[in-house]
Design a protein around this ligand. Structure first.
Ligand code: GLN
Length: 252
């Protein structure tokens, strides 16, 4: 049995390197000795309904309009989201899963209706830059960091909860209330964010939260001494081998 991370349409939702989120999820399982692979759903492929975690990335307005039409009729995706499969949706991915979005040229597009959010074009310049945000999601304690780049402004409906509150500079959802991201769907299984990075490489605690939701409690990754904890978590179990090699070379 191999855990399956389903990466959706990276040809059109891959502009910002968000495919890296799927790689991070699979790597963090493998580092724990759990077999895992990334199932990439290309343009002509059916979406499997039995994946463990689903990942959507960001893209330009035109690309996300293609993506939403491609996914609209997908029974596999609908079944997966209806059963509450843990899902990460970044930027355009977040907008696509919502009720509707309007792109910069004014075109209104119905979304997949899985997440109670709606997106409209924001005024003024695109929201671009590094952001930090305090998480508001149960099970997540560490400051979230990411890089936002979006024109759309996303408003949460009653059935969606904020993911985080922006600290300092940064727009988050762009509604002026410092809210970042959205959590919703069955049992809050969909986590939407404006953070690229890829976000899971920069926020391993969020990666582990999604994995735990999918697979239950996971063995901890060894956190080495003397390294920034974020670096240590990114390296995970590989640190042990590296650490031993470095010590051998130093004659320690
Ligand atoms: N095209 C969308 C926007 O500009 C999403 C951008 C993105 O995915 N980074 O709001």
């Amino acid at each position: 049995m191999s855990a399956r991370i389903v990466l959706l349409l990276p040809e059109v939702l891959g502009t910002y390197g968000d495919a890296g989120n799927a790689a991070v999820l699979a790597a963090r399982l493998r580092w724990r000795g759990i077999d895992a692979h990334v199932h990439t759903v290309g343009w002509d492929d059916a979406v499997p309904e039995g994946g463990d975690v689903y990942v959507l990335g960001g893209g330009e307005d035109a690309a996300q309009m293609l993506a939403v039409e491609r996914l609209r009729g997908s029974a596999g995706l609908r079944r997966a989201l209806d059963r509450g499969a843990p899902t990460l949706a970044v930027c355009a991915g977040l907008q696509i899963l919502g009720r509707a979005f309007t792109v910069a040229d004014g075109t209104w597009v119905p979304g997949l209706g899985m997440l109670d959010v709606e997106t409209t074009p924001g005024r003024g310049a695109r929201r671009i830059g590094d952001v930090t945000a305090d998480p508001l999601l149960d099970g997540l304690d560490e400051l979230l960091v990411g890089f936002e780049n979006h024109g759309g402004v996303t408003t949460l409906g009653a059935d969606a909860a904020p993911l985080a509150r922006v600290r300092g500079a940064g727009a988050g959802n762009g509604t002026g209330d410092r809210i970042e991201g959205a959590v919703g769907g069955r049992g809050g299984s969909i986590v939407g964010t404006y953070f690229h990075g890829p976000v899971l490489a920069r926020n391993p605690a969020l990666a582990d939260l999604l994995l735990t939701r999918a697979l239950g409690t996971l063995p901890p990754l060894e956190v080495p001494e003397g390294l920034p904890s974020s670096t240590a978590r990114r390296l995970g179990a590989r640190f042990r081998g590296l650490n031993a090699a470095v010590r051998r070379r130093a004659g320690a």
